[in-house]
Design a protein. Structure first.
Length: 472
């Protein structure tokens, strides 16, 4: 992988930008916003996709496959992600030509251009929280520019150029790039230890979040419940800190959470209480909503209109997203890729599943995280899922590590009958269909490409008969 070098100069003007990895949800969104600015855009990706086709329809020059010939003579700036290799031919040629070669976070910094910025950071919940804030701002009559890590369901996009001064982003802490932005309001959803391959130590991880908070121009909104966030809060010296959560001392407090269906709860602030009902399930989303409401309060909105606006949020793509139903078995997908996220996703599913069972199809993400957290993954899956189908690791930017496979996770289950390691996807789909019965929920879990197995699962379900006594 290529680690971002945030010391590299960012060009003042850009006329023609080339995106290496243009098809990713984040990169395609940035490319679209460059087109909005009237900038010539080109780019490449490993495979064709709807994102590439949509950009091409808007006038971008897109290429399937990476090749030095893709880098046109008129390009002055190349944008890349950390997921590409240093040997990428387009990256190598850009360096040889002396072009501006910047990380996607620097391209986003250039787009923000000094606007009033709301940055959402945290190990979990930031995509949902960012989506809640954006939807709420629009419901309150605003038109913010935004860049989110996932597609907002009712808007159909992950990013958009708006007319307001306000800019809302999901800020990535994984590689430290969230420290690049000139943030006005910082929202910290939680601080769960992750990405230690970048930070080295938990102390360095916490210190980065504290710096992110202290450098916010206007306010810091931070969880009062999460132990990691409380640890970071102790390091924060900002004069305007707003806390949220179920804790008794939270400034924006959540009480009475009910999860027997789409989550409902009460939000209290300054002696005023407002009942809330979300369109999405899960107790964790009540907490996410409280954080979003707290941000809206710092932006000057009143409590009740803020709550009503957040209620409009319908979710993000790849967050407990239904893909189909075959012979009474519902097949969902969720982006969860950390033990805490997996627990939250499966707990939310449990609140709406009724008498059915949960069959998780887990794709561990990155070798470093799997090696560090395989026991935690096994414990969470065994606790919250009735049965788990374990795939192999999605390496993303990392090289394979000997012995670190999906079998490492499955081998940590205390009850081996609750898990089945199947590295072959077709076999995994057929096995899932063989054990699923009417009323069950199948949920794919991971932020890699695990969702691509869903058509195979639905087809296998359609072809197979009802399971007889499976899982009993």
């Amino acid at each position: 992988m290529i680690r971002p070098d945030l010391s590299l100069p960012i060009p003042e003007t850009i006329e023609s930008a080339h995106f290496i990895g243009i098809g990713g949800s984040g990169m395609s969104g940035l490319a679209g916003m460059f087109l909005d600015r009237g900038i010539r855009v080109s780019g490449s990706d490993r495979a064709d996709s709807a994102a590439l086709q949509a950009l091409a329809a808007r006038g971008a020059r897109v290429h399937v496959g990476h090749d030095a010939a893709n880098l046109a003579d008129d390009v002055d700036t190349v944008v890349h992600t950390g997921a590409i290799w240093p040997e990428n031919p387009e990256y190598v040629l850009a360096k040889e030509r002396g072009l501006h070669v910047i990380h996607r976070s620097q391209a986003l910094y250039w787009l923000i251009g000094g606007r009033r910025l709301v940055s959402v950071a945290g190990a979990h919940g930031k995509t949902t929280s960012t989506g809640m804030i954006v939807v709420a701002l629009e419901a309150l009559g605003g038109d913010p520019t935004f860049v989110n890590g996932g597609v907002i369901a009712q808007l159909g996009v992950s990013s958009r150029t708006g007319a307001d001064e306000l800019f809302v982003i999901e800020a990535d802490e994984s590689d430290g790039t969230f420290l690049l932005y000139d943030t006005s309001i910082a929202l910290i959803t939680n601080v769960d230890p992750d990405h230690l391959d970048h930070y080295g130590t938990r102390d360095a991880f916490d210190e980065a979040f504290a710096r992110f908070a202290n450098e916010a121009r206007e306010a810091v909104v931070i969880s009062a419940d999460d132990p990691g966030a409380r640890s970071v809060a102790a390091r924060v010296s900002h004069e305007n800190v707003v806390t949220f959560g179920e804790s008794e001392g939270a400034d924006v407090r959540v009480t009475g959470i009910r999860t027997d269906g789409p989550v409902s709860f009460t939000i209290e602030h300054d002696g005023v209480s407002v009942d809330a009902n979300l369109a999405i399930p899960g107790a964790h989303n009540a907490i996410n909503a409280a954080g979003a409401v707290a941000v809206l309060l710092t932006l000057g909105h009143e409590l009740e209109p803020a709550v009503r606006a957040v209620e409009r949020f319908e979710g993000t793509i790849r967050r407990f997203e239904l893909h189909g139903v075959e012979r009474g078995v519902s097949v969902y997908d969720d982006y969860a890729h950390h033990p805490t996220e997996v627990a939250a996703a499966l707990a939310a599913a449990r609140t709406v599943i009724g008498d059915g069972r949960i069959i998780a199809i887990q794709q561990p993400h990155t070798y470093s995280r799997t090696q560090e957290m395989y026991r935690e993954f096994a414990e969470v899956l065994e606790t919250y899922a009735d049965h788990t189908v374990m795939l192999d690791v999605y390496g993303a930017r990392e090289d394979p590590v000997p012995g670190v496979t999906g079998e490492l996770v499955s081998g940590a289950f205390s009850d081996p009958s609750r898990v089945h390691y199947v590295p072959d996807w077709q076999e995994a789909a057929e096995y899932t269909a063989s054990v699923a019965r009417e009323g069950d929920y199948v949920i794919t879990l991971g932020c890699g490409n695990v969702y691509l197995i869903i058509p195979q699962v639905l087809e296998a379900l359609a072809k197979s008969g009802p399971a007889e006594g499976s899982g009993e």
